[in-house]
Ligand binder design. Structure first.
Ligand code: SF4
Length: 366
């Protein structure tokens, strides 16, 4: 078993077709895009644009707004004009609102097939989306699954959720429309994970991943990570949203952290630090705080290990791109597994930053 096990961890990305949403292409080898949703009344153009700008500043790459009323649809054109990221409309219950939203310059529409009132209505929305060239998310949600499927399977289990998505896809395809992204959300982590895995076995449409109604941070972030990490590690997921109660801005950092930790989208240095214990030989907390501050804004995926003593320090430092192993108020600096210098504790941060600068020059085209 050991000899046949893969030495290099990580499953390849699930192969999906590509669907363009504004200037972002979902699926294929494209990045797993980070998106969020506003909490404002969409018809309040000023408030909505203000919140979207804050999301953009935080790194949000696509934004969704709710469109429950005609005045919300009427605000879409103005909002779209004033923001720099693709605009997605979220529709529940009223297919007429979907038809109204499609009259405006939106980049994608999200439909919940379980609450739109049947496939005839869904078909009308598909026809209009096709005519306008606008992609659609088929957003299945365990909490609002078609009654017939709940009865067939007994409860909103993964096969019921996936069958809902496949049925909608079939209807859309029968209309010659395939600009589809799929989500299979549940507030139950196990149901969500198995739904995405099952869907990936049966279809090659890109997926929007998320754990719905995760609640209030910090538990909501942990719960989302528990659900999204297995999905991402299986190579599934083409766009991600972390659903947090309240202000959506913290959703963005949480999404990028999950993508970084699962190595699906590494966008900044990875800092490896030990938790410290009674063997600690340097002021590790101070060093890490200073390093975090000085690494802020750097984009290269360098792995930096800073450990507090010689127990695991040299081993971790050798495995990282840059590392330090501390002992007796001094630090041994490693680069690419080799010891390059020894410095006093007070010089550790400067020495590490010099090595980071060197590493960036050597790896500029990575
Ligand atoms: Fe403790 Fe050393 Fe391990 Fe850090 S590396 S937790 S100081 S034993």
């Amino acid at each position: 078993v050991l000899e046949s096990a893969p030495k290099v961890p990580g499953r390849p990305r699930h192969k999906t077709r590509e669907v363009a949403v504004g200037d972002k292409v979902f699926g294929g080898a494209n990045p797993v895009w980070v998106q969020s949703m506003t909490t404002t009344d969409t018809f309040d153009v000023e408030g909505t644009v203000e919140q979207i700008k804050k999301l953009e500043e935080a790194g949000c790459e696509l934004v969704r707004v709710t469109v429950p009323k005609p005045e919300d649809a009427g605000a879409l054109g103005e909002i779209r004009k004033r923001i720099g990221i693709p605009l997605i409309c979220d529709i529940h219950f009223d297919y007429k609102m979907a038809l109204a939203a499609l009259d405006h310059p939106i980049d994608k529409i999200r439909i919940n097939p379980g609450n739109i009132g049947g496939y005839d209505r869904f078909r009308q929305v598909v026809r209009k989306a096709k005519a306008k060239g606008i992609p659609m998310r088929v957003g299945v949600n365990a909490g609002s699954l078609e009654k017939e499927l709940v009865e067939k399977y007994g409860f909103p289990c993964p096969p019921a959720i996936v069958e809902s998505a496949l049925r909608s896809i079939e209807v859309a395809e029968s209309e010659g429309y395939d600009q589809i992204v799929v989500s299979l959300k549940s507030s139950d982590v196990l149901v969500a994970v198995e739904s995405y895995r099952l869907f990936a076995q049966l279809a090659d449409y890109p997926t929007h991943i998320g754990i719905t109604e995760a609640g209030k941070p910090p538990y909501a972030v942990t719960k989302s990570s528990a659900g999204l990490a297995p999905i991402l590690l299986d190579g599934i997921g083409d766009t991600i949203r972390i659903s947090l109660l309240g202000d959506p801005v913290p959703e963005i950092a949480a999404a990028f952290d999950i993508l970084q930790a699962t190595q699906r989208r590494v966008r900044r240095p990875e800092l490896i630090a030990c938790p410290t214990c009674g063997r600690l030989a340097i002021d590790l907390e101070k060093i890490i705080a200073e390093l975090e501050q000085r690494l802020e804004g750097r984009r290269l995926p360098v792995k930096i290990s800073v450990l507090g003593c010689v127990v695991n320090g040299p081993g971790e430092a050798r495995e990282a791109d840059i590392g330090i192993a501390a002992g007796n108020g001094k630090g041994m600096i490693f680069r690419n597994g080799e010891i390059v210098r020894r410095v006093d504790e007070a010089e550790i941060v400067d020495a590490l930053m010099e090595e980071v600068a060197r590493w960036e020059i050597e790896n500029a085209d990575r």
